[in-house]
Design a binder for this molecule. Structure first.
Ligand SMILES: [Zn+2]
Length: 105
């Protein structure tokens, strides 16, 4: 996940290099562009979830997390980018629980 994927051209068409071999089937440039965009989006999402300290839309680190909202067993946090002014929700999901105070048996 270090190198950015890119489109390469071969005589029979185009291919997206994503740290893997160039083995086809080769595709149209428009299709390659679409796939590259999708792949970049998936990488961006994964990078943000791992380290949510930058704007996933413009990569600025001028972001502010504000109010928390809950819905069923999920929690949303509003986040806003001061640079591009995009707003989004960070989504938190219940992953477990721990006992804090033992109840009566
Ligand atoms: Zn931004």
């Amino acid at each position: 996940m270090t190198e950015e994927p890119e489109i390469v051209e071969r005589s029979s068409g185009y291919w997206i290099v994503d740290n893997g071999p160039i083995d086809g089937p080769f595709i149209e440039l428009s299709e390659a562009s679409k796939q590259l965009e999708k792949l970049s989006e998936i990488r961006r999402d994964a990078a943000y979830v791992k380290n949510p300290n930058f704007c996933p839309f413009c990569r600025s680190d001028e972001i502010d997390a504000t109010k928390l909202e809950t819905f069923e067993n999920m929690v949303f946090q509003w986040v806003r980018c001061d640079t591009c002014e995009t707003e989004w929700h960070d989504i938190y999901e219940l992953t477990g629980y721990e006992e804090v105070i033992a109840g009566r048996e």
